[in-house]
Design a protein around this ligand. Structure first.
Ligand SMILES: [Zn+2]
Ligand SMILES: [Zn+2]
Length: 330
């Protein structure tokens, strides 16, 4: 992997310093995660399997006429809120330190990210930093290309691994050497260890609203399904598509040393994260949609927070740096 950007150098230096300190991250794994490795895989199975079951149940009730616009509104609002928790909080703020914010703002986005049920913050950040360190190479936790077998079957298996299979493979293990900054922060660890509470909150809020608005148990159940499980299902696949789709389909504006792509559909569905080639070229940029027409809702919000004084140290690549990394031909 090339490491000519300031951003990469920062991450790589951090990694190698910690790797010399630790032979094995497993000791820290127990400390960082409220769950054992076996429980973690079981929790992942639940996180992967329950939302599609919820979707099936929601379709069944919809077929029977049990649906209201309130369910749709709750699904969309919570998709946006928890999605921004992942993109602004988990990803840009905590993984890449693309900007700084007052503590309550950080906690707010951490909790929203937790409600997305994509894993505790520390695990998510560790996995993602490892992805950048080894992008599309052997130790990448979720590359569709690394160690891929030849032929169509190899391609399908590689794609499935990058999208969902990696959650159950050993490539995601022992990553906690990547997150000394988070492990050292007591507030972050407290919120991190309450991850199951945040997942529960993300299911409870739409259920309570649905129940109170309609004053029926059916309303509560439909709120739970649409605002909870269906919303989780859609956001899970949007996020996982950044790992799979955005390393396969799209174009590359910049030399990033990997197969990351800019994909406009995912740019919209994942609030700017689909400009993934831009992101791999400039990992700690708070802005991923680098051209004016590359819609990046997460960036618009970070910039707005900056304007009202709630975000600082916002990092952006300079024009010189962007010109130096630009690919002449795609
Ligand atoms: Zn990537
Ligand atoms: Zn990243």
């Amino acid at each position: 992997m090339q490491s000519t950007t300031e951003e990469n150098v920062m991450v790589l230096d951090e990694d190698s310093a910690i790797e010399t300190e630790l032979n094995d991250g497993s000791e820290i794994l127990d400390e960082a995660s409220p769950l054992s490795k076996g429980q973690m895989h079981l929790a992942m199975l639940a996180a992967v399997a329950l939302p599609p079951l919820g979707l099936l149940a929601a379709m069944y009730f919809l077929w029977g006429g049990l649906f209201s616009s309130l369910n749709l509104v709750m699904m969309i609002v919570l998709y946006i809120a928890t999605g921004l928790g992942i993109t602004i909080g988990y990803h840009r703020m905590f993984t890449h330190k693309a900007f700084a914010a007052p503590k309550p703002i950080g906690i707010f986005f951490m909790i929203l990210g937790g409600m997305a049920a994509q894993g505790p913050l520390v695990w998510w950040v560790a996995t993602h930093r490892k992805h950048h360190h080894h992008s599309d190479q052997e130790h990448d936790p979720h590359s569709p290309h690394a160690s891929r077998k030849p032929g169509v079957v190899g391609w399908i298996v590689g794609f499935a691994h990058s999208h969902i299979g990696w959650l159950f493979s050993s490539t995601g293990d022992s990553n906690y050497r990547y997150v000394p900054d988070l492990l050292a922060d007591a507030t972050i660890m407290r919120i991190n260890n309450l991850f199951p509470v945040w997942v529960g909150l993300g299911l409870l809020i739409p259920a309570v609203i649905g129940g109170l608005v309609t004053m029926t148990w059916t309303g509560a159940a439909l709120g739970f399904l649409w605002g909870g499980l269906v919303r989780m299902f859609l956001l899970h696949h949007a996020t996982w598509s950044i790992n799979s789709v955005c390393h396969v389909w799209g174009w590359r504006d910049y030399r990033s040393g990997d197969e990351s792509r800019n994909n406009p559909v995912m740019g919209i569905l994942s609030f700017g994260e689909g400009w993934h080639n831009n992101h791999h070229a400039f990992p700690s940029s708070a802005r991923h949609g680098l051209k004016w027409w590359q819609l990046d809702v997460s960036w618009i919000i970070i910039r707005s927070l900056q304007i009202v004084g709630l975000a600082s140290k916002v990092r952006l690549p300079t024009k010189e740096r962007m010109d130096a990394r630009r690919r002449i031909a795609v």
